[in-house]
Structure formats: structure tokens, C-alpha cells
Design a protein around this ligand. Structure first.
Ligand code: NAD
Length: 279
């Protein structure tokens, strides 16, 4: 139940910033690498702000202690002393492959943990000689209690056990999932959302009533349609298309979903999805 002493994070965006923040809170030294000086400055601001938020909510350490263990740069060479590098660059196979190669060149000793939400960890692992595992964090990272540990064909058992300890050291609960499309969370979450969207399409009930069926009847914290609005219909459409291509027709996106995305009804971020957020 302890985190590594030296953690690298490649890509200090929404997820990478949150991952860095979580490891800092758990006592690690964290080095974040991003692509440009502007991106590094944005990552630093985001992580500092998140740390201030954690302190305001009762985290015990001082701001100076937390940020004293944080460093940032544009150079993957700075990963040289890291036990693990968490890769959190945007979801593109080519970009992630290049990122893996760059981490491996500068930190051949490090385990590489990818935060991909849909790509094959096994395929990514083939690019390098490093030990590779998936650590699928959820957004927002500091508040989320779950991390999916995704086991590629080449992932050593010892790394799975070590990764469980890291996740528990972060105060989160690990689940261990074989490297299969959508892992456990996206596959189940998207399956329920697609059925809910088909029910709206077929006029079975209103979005409110469909969500209430799950919230009040099945104790879901958020209904599947409200959650789709939070995640973004465009994001879920891409995941559904990927799952359809890998797992089959049962994941085919409903026409209503495609029409809403085409109209720009993407959920909260666009002001309208299954619900109206314009007021
Ligand atoms: P983001 O766009 O917020 O952050 C990506 C960061 O990577 C940016 O800071 C960008 O500057 C940086 N970057 C781009 N190219 C780079 C390069 N070559 N080298 C170094 N840094 C580079 O994206 P995000 O939402 O944080 O997503 C990152 C990963 O996490 C993706 O694989 C995504 O699928 C996965 N993920 C996202 C969520 C979510 O809800 N956003 C949840 C789980 C997993």
C-alpha cells in the first residue's frame, strides 16, 4: 500500500494533472512532462490550484511540501530516475506509440502505465521493452475512488501486484481487468447508456423518467442520460463506434445519438444534450 518514490507523468492535461496531484498528495515526487512551455505552465497552474483545493478540504500537508515535490519540464530525459511513468497524452494510437518510444529511450528502467480509455494496452506494449500496464483513472482524478488496472498479454504478474499497492496507496480501489475493449467500466457504462438512448428514441419514457428508473430504482448516483451529458455525447459516440468495431453490433450507436452530435447537442459542454443547460 505505498506509492513509488519517483513518478513521471507524460501529458499534464485534465487527467495527467489530476494523476500528478494524487501522487503528490500520497507522498511521491512527481515530474510532469508536457509538449510546450505554455502547456507546462497550464499544467503547473492546474496542479497548484487542485492542491490548494485539497488543502481547503482538509489535506494535511502544507502547500510548500506538496509543490516542493513537483517538477515540470518539456524534456522526457527528466524521467530518468522514475520507477513508473504514467502516460496521459491525448487518445491517439500514433501519439501514444511515439510517447512510449520516447519514455523508453529516456527511462528504460521505468514501468510504463497508460491511462488510455480505449486503446489496446497489449498493442501499445509491443512498441517497447519496458514493463507496461494500464492504469485507467477516472475524471476528476482526485475525487474518483476507482482505478482500472488493465493487464496486457505481456504485463508481468509482479507488476499487477505492485500496481494494486500503488492504487491503494493513492486511497483508491483497484479493479483488475483483462485488456479487452472498453475494459469493465466503459463497456458496461456505454451499454447502459446506449439502451437508455434507444428508449428515448422509441419514446418509451422521458429522459427524466428513464434516469429516475436507475437513480431511484437501482440506486445509480446519476442516471445514464445525465451521465452521458456530463461525459459528452461526442465522446461516448466515439467509444460506442470503437466498441461496435471490436465487440459487435450490440454497441451500434443509435441514430438519435448521431443526430444529436451532428446538431452540436453534446451535453453540458454545449448547453444542450438530453437536458437543457442554457439557463
Ligand atoms: P487533455 O487534452 O486534457 O490532456 C492531454 C495533455 O497531453 C495536454 O496537456 C497536452 O498538451 C499533452 N500532450 C499532447 N501531446 C503531447 C506530447 N507529445 N508529449 C507530452 N504531452 C503531450 O486530455 P485528457 O482528458 O487528460 O486525456 C488524456 C488521456 O486520458 C487520454 O488517453 C484519454 O482517453 C484518457 N482519459 C480521459 C478521461 C477524461 O474523462 N478526460 C478519463 C479517463 C481516461
Amino acid at each position: 500500500m505505498s506509492v513509488p518514490a519517483n513518478v513521471g507523468v507524460l501529458g499534464g492535461g485534465r487527467m495527467g494533472g489530476g494523476i500528478a496531484h494524487s501522487f503528490l498528495l500520497a507522498g511521491a515526487k512527481v515530474h510532469v512532462v508536457d509538449i510546450s512551455d505554455d502547456a507546462v505552465a497550464a499544467a503547473r497552474d492546474r496542479i497548484h490550484k487542485d492542491i490548494e483545493g485539497s488543502i481547503a478540504r482538509g489535506a494535511e500537508g502544507s502547500f510548500e511540501d506538496y509543490v516542493g515535490r513537483l517538477s515540470l519540464s518539456t524534456s522526457p530525459a527528466d524521467f530518468s530516475g522514475c520507477e513508473v511513468v504514467v502516460e496521459a497524452v491525448p487518445e491517439s494510437l500514433d501519439l501514444k506509440r511515439n510517447s512510449f518510444a520516447s519514455i523508453s529511450e529516456h527511462a528504460p528502467q521505468a514501468a510504463i502505465a497508460t491511462n488510455t480509455s480505449s486503446l489496446s494496452v497489449t498493442e501499445l506494449a509491443e512498441t517497447v521493452d519496458n514493463d507496461v500496464i494500464g492504469l485507467h483513472f477516472f475524471n476528476p482524478v482526485p475525487a474518483s475512488k476507482l482505478v482500472e488496472i488493465v493487464v496486457a498479454e505481456s504485463t508481468p504478474n509482479a507488476l499487477v501486484d505492485t500496481a494494486r499497492g500503488w492504487v491503494e496507496g493513492l486511497g483508491k480501489t483497484p479493479i483488475v481487468v483483462k485488456d479487452a475493449p472498453g475494459f469493465a467500466s466503459s463497456r458496461l457504462g456505454v451499454a447502459i447508456a446506449l439502451e437508455a438512448i434507444r428508449m428515448v428514441e422509441e419514446d418509451v419514457a422521458t429522459p427524466e423518467d428513464i434516469d429516475n428508473a436507475m437513480v431511484l430504482g437501482y440506486k445509480f448516483p446519476t442516471g445514464p442520460l445525465a451521465l452521458t451529458d456530463i461525459v459528452g455525447l461526442d465522446v461516448r459516440l466515439r467509444i460506442a463506434e470503437y466498441l461496435e468495431s471490436t465487440l459487435g453490433e450490440r454497441f451500434a450507436p443509435p441514430q438519435l445519438m448521431r443526430d444529436m452530435v451532428a446538431r452540436g447537442e453534446l451535453g453540458r459542454k454545449s448547453g444542450k444534450g438530453f437536458y437543457d443547460y442554457s439557463t
